[in-house]
Ligand binder design. Sequence first.
Ligand SMILES: [Zn+2]
Ligand SMILES: [Zn+2]
Length: 350
Amino acid sequence: MRSQQVIEFGKPLEAREYETPTPTGTEVLLKISACGVCHSDLHLWEGYFDMGGGQKLDLAERGMTLPFTMGHEIVGEVAALGPDATGASIGDKRIIFPWIGCGSCARCEEGDELLCMSPLTLGARYNGGYSDEVIAPHPKYLIPFDGIPAELACTYACSGLTAYSALKKLSHLGENDTVVIIGAGGVGLSAVHFAPSVLKCKIVVADIDETKRAAALEAGASAVFDNSDPEAVQKMMELTKGGAGAAIDFVGAPSSAGFGLNILRKGGTLVVVGLFGSSITLPLPTLPLMMRSIIGSYVGTLAEMRELMALVQAGKVAPIPYEVRPMEDANASLMDLKAGNATGRIVLTP
Ligand SMILES: [Zn+2]
Ligand SMILES: [Zn+2]
């Protein structure tokens, strides 16, 4: 097994050779076909999340040990099965659902693995997909993707699922309401693409980049705004006749979240998805007086992953742009993503 690993936080990834792991119990060994490079890999590689005010969420303190193999958007082919791994066969081509819980806490026992406080995420706690082989803990995490190229299918495990789950949290909004999507980068743009399959309401997009606004219009947004325009809030209020039912912040920066809160109607919801970081201050009375909610959405559940793939296979999700590169280029790809030099999802193949 050849893996591109984090040896030291913030230092270039290095290739390491290991014995092919032998699956035990319910484990499944897959030969990796493709693995997406996600923006959150940059945070893992750096070893922390910026919590604002100089505070950092340190990943080593949270149990991340090095050397480590990142990569949570994984597609592979089943190569070996543990003695108790039923429901998978050698040669099956599958997406691996990476958002795995500990299996023994109250939330996991309820089936809400995503809410587990000790998650065992592939590519964040278990070694992930920047490699040619990977172990999935159980066949239940393997999702078929027949008819979809492996290099595209892998992106649904994080990018696609994140967009889908954020939209689904707003499925209560009616057709006269508006959802404002802030940030039309990779994940935001996929949300615009398949919003009509999940939501009844209108979709408006706010982005500071003109090219991204144009892409959002092409993807089906009913209107676009430049949220750095000082009159953007007022224009949005006029368009929505008093505010949006919800905003989804795919950036997660103080400016984008602040904009999202400013354009909500009474009873509106801000869904924060992006992990850019830092913090905001909030006048507390606006929450009760305006009856607003601020919620977080992080990737999605195993059930949502299956729903999403049904939509994808029914042709209701337009493919995102992606660029295939050799696995050996993992470090260079990560650096390109950090520098903003990636057009579309970078997908690595061994
Ligand atoms: Zn991701
Ligand atoms: Zn758990």
